[in-house]
Design a protein around this ligand. Structure first.
Ligand SMILES: [Fe+2]
Ligand SMILES: [Fe+2]
Length: 178
């Protein structure tokens, strides 16, 4: 099964309209389908952004499935998997604005910084989630997905949902896709 079809399967598995809608929007975006996740670091090949997004969503899902059982045993709050999956789906979507293909080669845009794609992802998430009460939590998770300010995060993760996204992002970027 192709990466984009697996991504679709995860989005549809939750039976929430918002994930179905987001999948529809992203899968229509040709740049999302071919964009690399980086130029010189992880998943630095055509289609790398979809592969990285898929890995992050799958890792998030299994972390939540594992932790919820034991969190419930200890009367801890169950994690909001929809918030996490939506944040994972959109966390690096802004990379479609920070990389472009010129003469057959992918390049960083002239104004590229470590944080630029995070601002762009938040911008796109706000547009897509316009009016949804999930929007604030998703923006929070996206803004902290790099974990540390010196790694480009806009703020550090403080909620369990933000931690899950950050840890899944690190696992995919440094353990699988490096
Ligand atoms: Fe990122
Ligand atoms: Fe990422």
């Amino acid at each position: 099964m192709s990466d984009i079809h697996e991504l679709k399967e995860i989005c549809l598995s939750r039976n929430t309209q918002i994930l179905e809608y987001l999948y529809d929007e992203l899968s229509k975006d040709k740049k999302f389908l071919i964009c690399p996740a980086s130029i010189d670091k992880h998943h630095n090949y055509e289609g790398g952004l979809v592969r990285h997004t898929l890995e992050v969503m799958k890792i998030c899902k299994s972390m939540v499935e594992t932790s919820d059982k034991y969190r419930a045993d200890r009367q801890m709050k169950i994690l909001n998997l929809d918030t996490i999956l939506i944040s994972a789906l959109l966390h690096d979507y802004g990379k479609t604005s920070t990389y472009s293909k010129v003469d057959g080669e992918w390049h960083k845009t002239y104004d590229y910084t470590k944080s630029l794609h995070i601002y762009k992802s938040i911008e796109k998430a706000k547009e897509l989630l316009n009016g949804s009460n999930l929007s604030q939590d998703v923006v929070y998770c996206i803004g902290s997905h790099h974990g540390r300010l010196d790694y480009g995060a806009l703020w550090e993760p403080k909620t369990p949902e933000a931690w899950v996204l950050h840890l899944a992002d690190m696992s995919s970027a440094f353990f699988i896709g490096a």
